[in-house]
Design a protein. Structure first.
Length: 425
C-alpha cells in the first residue's frame, strides 16, 4: 500500500493535511464510524519476492535444461518416471479411448490415487511440501471420507495432469515416451504411448511388479467407488516415492534410462546423455568432498565454486563440466546481490515517493543520495569509500569510488592506496 502520511510537523497545518491509509489491523482497535468505508479483510497479499527481477527463471528455464537435459528441476522423485511408464502402458493395454483427452482423465485419476498413497506413507512423505502431484487435493480428501473410503477425484485441473505439466517433456527427451503425432510403424500415434524399446517397457514392468500384490491394482484401480483408506495405505508400502531403494531392479532400470545412451541415436541425443552423465558425476564428486551437498543447494554452490577456484584453467571433461557449473554458481551469486540491491531500492522508493511518484531528479537523488549514502562501504574484506558526487545534465549521476586496497589486505604497494575509480550509475 502506498504510504501517504506526512511528518507530524507538516500535518499540523490544515492545508497540508493528507489522506492517510491505515493497514487493516490498525482499524481493528479503532471505533468504526458509521457511513465510512472500512477494511474488512485483505484481498491482495503482497509479499516480498525472493526473485524480484525474475533472474532465477533464467536458471530454471534456460540454463538447467542445458546442464541437466532431461532432468526435471522441480522434482527430486525419480520414481515418477516408472509410475508414468506404468500408467501409460496400462492405458494402452486396456484399449481405452486412443486420444490424449481420454488419457488425460485416466492419468489424473491415477495421480490422485497415487498422491493419496504418498500422503498416507508411514515414512512421512505426506509432510513434504509439494511431495506428490495432486497433494493439494489428496490431503483434504483424506479428511472427508465417505465411509472408510476416499471418493474419486482428479489430481489437478490442468490437461494431462502432472504428467503433462512436468514429466511428459523429460520422458519424451529420454526417449521413454512417444508423444501424440509421432509416426510409429506406418501411422502417427493419436495418443502418447510408452516407447516400444525394451528399456522403456521394462520401467513399466518394474512398477507393475512392485504393486502386483496390492488390492489397489487387483480390485480398485479401475473402479468408480471410493477407495478404502486401508487399501491406499497398503499401496503406499510398496508404491510410495520413498520406497525406490527397496526395488534395486527398478533403480537399475532408472539409471539405465538416464545414463546409458541407447544404440543408434542422433548426435544431439548422445550429447544429452553425455552431458547428463557429466553433471551427475560432478555432483557425486562434490558429495564426496562435502557431504552437506546432499541436502543443501548453498553447500553445493560453495563446493563447486571452491573446486573451480582450485584449478580454473584445467582441461578435459571434468574441468569443462566444473567450469559450466561454476559459471552458473557465479550467476547465482551475482543475481542474489542484484536482487538485494533492487529490493532495497524499491523499499526506499516506496517510502520516499509522493502520490505521483518520483521525478527523474528525485530518482537520481534517491540512488546517489539515500541509497548509496556517504562514507565507507564494507564489501567482504574490502572497504570502499563513497563520495564526490557529480551530476551530468540532471540525467546521469556519476559516483567516484575510492578503493582502499590496503584495507582489503590484497594491496600490492603503497602507490595503489587511494586509487580513484569512477562508476557510472
Ligand atoms: Zn513415502
Amino acid at each position: 500500500m502506498t504510504r501517504l502520511a506526512r511528518s507530524p510537523a507538516e500535518r499540523t497545518r490544515p492545508e497540508d493535511r493528507r489522506l492517510k491509509f491505515y493497514e487493516p489491523w490498525d482499524m481493528l482497535d479503532s471505533p468504526r464510524i458509521s457511513g465510512q468505508p472500512f477494511w474488512i479483510s485483505r484481498s491482495l497479499n503482497v509479499k516480498a519476492g525472493r526473485d524480484p527481477l525474475g533472474l532465477q527463471t533464467i536458471t530454471l528455464d534456460r540454463i538447467m535444461p542445458i546442464l541437466l537435459p532431461g532432468i526435471l528441476v522441480l522434482s527430486r522423485r525419480a520414481r515418477y518416471l516408472t509410475f508414468f511408464a506404468f500408467v501409460l502402458r496400462e492405458y494402452e493395454r486396456l484399449r481405452l479411448d486412443p486420444t490424449n483427452e481420454g488419457l488425460s482423465e485416466f492419468v489424473k485419476r491415477r495421480e490422485f490415487e497415487y498422491a493419496l498413497a504418498v500422503q498416507l506413507c508411514p515414512n512421512g512423505c505426506g509432510k513434504i511440501s509439494a511431495g506428490a502431484v495432486g497433494k493439494d487435493r489428496a490431503a483434504p480428501a483424506l479428511n472427508n471420507l465417505v465411509g472408510d473410503g476416499v471418493p474419486r477425484q482428479e489430481s489437478v485441473k490442468s490437461f494431462l495432469g502432472g504428467y503433462g505439466l512436468y514429466y511428459r517433456t523429460p520422458l519424451v527427451d529420454l526417449g521413454l515416451v512417444v508423444p501424440k503425432g509421432t509416426v510409429v510403424g506406418e501411422q502417427a500415434t493419436p495418443v502418447d504411448v510408452l516407447a516400444r524399446e525394451e528399456r522403456a517397457q521394462a520401467l513399466a514392468d518394474a512398477f507393475g511388479e512392485a504393486i502386483a500384490d496390492t488390492a489397489y491394482l487387483r480390485e480398485h484401480m479401475l473402479g468408480t467407488e471410493p477407495v478404502p483408506v486401508s487399501v491406499l495405505r497398503t499401496l503406499s508400502e510398496s508404491a510410495c516415492l520413498c520406497r525406490l531403494p527397496e526395488f534395486p531392479d527398478e533403480q537399475r532400470l532408472l539409471r539405465q534410462a538416464l545414463f546409458e545412451t541407447p544404440a543408434g541415436q542422433l548426435d544431439v541425443v548422445e550429447m544429452d546423455f553425455d552431458q547428463r552423465r557429466r553433471s551427475f558425476a560432478l555432483f557425486l564428486r562434490e558429495l564426496d568432498r562435502a557431504p552437506d551437498v546432499r541436502g543443501s543447494n548453498a553447500a553445493f554452490r560453495e563446493a563447486v565454486w571452491d573446486d573451480f577456484v582450485d584449478a580454473p584453467h584445467g582441461e578435459g571433461a571434468l574441468a569443462g563440466t566444473l567450469a559450466q557449473w561454476a559459471s552458473l554458481v557465479a550467476k547465482e551469486y551475482l543475481q542474489d546481490a542484484i536482487s538485494c540491491v533492487f529490493a532495497h531500492f524499491w523499499r526506499l522508493g516506496l517510502a520516499a515517493q509522493d502520490p505521483e511518484g518520483l521525478s527523474a531528479a528525485e530518482l537520481d537523488e534517491l540512488i546517489v543520495g539515500t541509497m548509496l549514502g556517504e562514507g565507507e562501504l564494507g564489501i567482504g574484506e574490502s572497504v570502499v569509500g563513497v563520495g564526490d558526487r557529480r551530476r551530468d545534465g540532471g540525467r546521469r549521476a556519476r559516483v567516484r569510488v575510492r578503493v582502499d586496497r590496503e584495507a582489503s589486505g590484497s594491496g600490492d604497494g603503497a602507490e595503489r592506496v587511494g586509487e580513484d575509480r569512477s562508476a557510472a550509475l
